[in-house]
Design a protein around this ligand. Structure first.
Ligand SMILES: [Cu+2]
Length: 303
């Protein structure tokens, strides 16, 4: 579930791909494939998520049975669901049904294409080719437009038919970002602590979570477990808080946060709040956070 990658930032090769019209809809038989996108990845990320909306205008159900891409060793079809407070995902080995007359969205927090064994980082502004195979409609090539690390394909929400929650989330973005440090509701703190403990804690290795700072839909939490520790960047999705990535001192810096997709106002608010909160902590604990230096941990469940 958790993949830990030490050091060695792989040189990221650029994709050479044709321009892609983001609003272009690909037609395949009775299927319309809209808003294909992927999220940019960090240079050493092992996996990436791909998303699009699949509309079936026909009278028969079809099924997305497989996907391949030159950008990854393997592309799987995944779904995500909450188990308690923890987001889990699993591979849909039978593929994903697209019922007649319906639109199925592959979107962050739900169904997605999971690119495993990335051959290079996904770079914002570029495109990633993927070949989709449908049981009835056949095979089609689609170009995923690579958006920011935290992109949720906002344009997709116009078409959202299945995910009311996603729509609400999108509508609240503006308001939430302006709330910045106004409130850290107890339930957010509880949810974040519960998520980290549920993900990392074992009976033999209790996990300490402190401090937690929140701005808009982003949060940074310090964690310590035995002699290890680090900082986690979390994001509130339509399905609740999710760990976005783990790092060490890199998450203290507003510019770094911005570089990985946190809105500027939130990045600045988080960095300030984190510095204030950490100033009150034991230097030995802070040293554990810093010990994550040179390491990036990506929780692939959350893509
Ligand atoms: Cu997945």
């Amino acid at each position: 579930m958790i993949t830990l990658f030490r050091a060695a930032l792989a040189a990221s090769l650029l994709f050479v791909a044709p321009a892609f019209a983001h609003d272009g809809v690909v037609h395949l038989g009775s299927l319309n494939l809209a808003h294909p996108f992927a999220r940019a990845t960090l240079p050493n990320a092992p996996v990436a998520g791909g998303f699009l909306a699949i509309e079936n205008t026909g009278a028969e159900a079809d099924r997305l049975v497989s996907a391949t891409s030159p950008a990854a060793a393997e592309v799987q079809i995944h779904e995500m669901a909450m188990e308690g407070e923890v987001m889990k995902m699993r591979q849909l080995s039978d593929g994903l049904e697209v019922p007649a007359g319906q639109t199925v969205e592959l979107a962050p927090g739900g169904f997605h294409l999971m690119f495993m064994g990335l051959k290079q980082a996904f770079v914002e502004g570029e495109t990633v080719p993927v070949t989709l195979v449908f049981e009835k409609a056949g095979t089609v090539d689609v170009e995923l437009a690579v958006q920011g690390v935290a992109a949720d394909g906002a344009a997709m929400n116009h078409d959202a038919m299945k995910h009311d929650a996603a729509g609400h989330d999108a509508m609240n973005h503006g308001a939430m970002n302006h709330d910045a440090m106004a409130a850290q509701p107890a339930d957010d703190l509880e949810a974040i602590t519960g998520l980290l403990k549920g993900t990392f804690e074992t009976p033999e290795a209790p996990l300490g979570v402190e401090p937690v700072v929140i701005s808009g839909e982003y949060a940074i939490a310090g964690w310590a477990q035995g002699e290890a520790g680090g900082r986690a960047l979390l994001r509130k999705t339509a399905h609740g808080w999710a760990v976005h990535l783990c790092a060490g001192d890199g998450l203290k810096d507003a510019a770094n946060l911005e570089a990985i997709g946190v809105p500027a106002a939130d990045a600045a608010a988080l960095a300030t709040a984190l510095a204030e909160a950490e100033a009150k902590l034991d230097p030995a604990l802070l040293a554990k956070f810093s010990s994550f230096d040179g390491t990036v941990m990506v929780n692939e469940d959350l893509i």
